[in-house]
Design a protein around this ligand. Structure first.
Ligand code: NI
Length: 173
């Protein structure tokens, strides 16, 4: 490792509401960015991180949903959901950009995802369980969508206010 930890943006921030641009040229710079994002995610700690969360408006996400056992770092350039199951599942989600707040979100239980890997090769894989929730949550970030956007307006406003307060406190510190 030995990369650079990035600062994670805290909601509300206009950069977290943007639709990100597809990656056209998979440069070494983007590969370094991906490994810095993994390091930042592990350090947080979290199980997923999307490029807009560090202020980079490109379609790039990283994940590792293994809690115990050998790490399984995943880097996805231009990830997209190719198909979703009719079955739904509910997970209590959180987000590194909305610290210390959690809420149940219902999403398709299984998804098939296509992406470009670190070597520039196209990949496809089916995800279930926590991985399915995580990959959908991260791809949402690339479309300017946060998990609180699935909640009712009252709860969303409450969580936004708490997040804003936390952001002010961190800025002051
Ligand atoms: Ni998130």
């Amino acid at each position: 490792m030995g990369g650079m930890l990035k600062t994670i943006l805290i909601h509300p921030d206009p950069r977290l509401k943007k639709v990100c641009d597809p990656i056209v040229d998979l440069s070494d710079e983007l590969r370094v960015l991906a490994s810095d994002m993994l390091e930042t995610m592990y350090d947080a700690p979290g199980i997923g991180l999307a490029a807009p969360q560090i202020g980079v408006l490109n379609r790039l996400i990283v994940m590792d949903c293994i809690k115990d056992g050998d790490p399984e770092p995943m880097v996805m350039f231009n990830p997209e959901i190719l198909s979703s199951s009719d079955d739904q599942s509910v997970y209590e989600e959180g987000c590194l950009s909305i610290p210390e707040q959690f809420a149940d979100v219902t999403r398709p239980a299984e998804v098939r995802v296509g992406w470009i890997d670190m070597d520039g090769n196209p990949r496809e894989k089916d995800f279930g369980g926590l991985w399915a929730t995580c990959v959908q949550h991260e791809i949402d970030h690339l479309n300017g969508k946060l998990f609180i956007d699935y909640l009712g307006p009252m709860k969303r406003q409450m969580m936004t206010r708490k997040s804003q307060k936390m952001k002010r406190e961190r800025t002051r510190a």
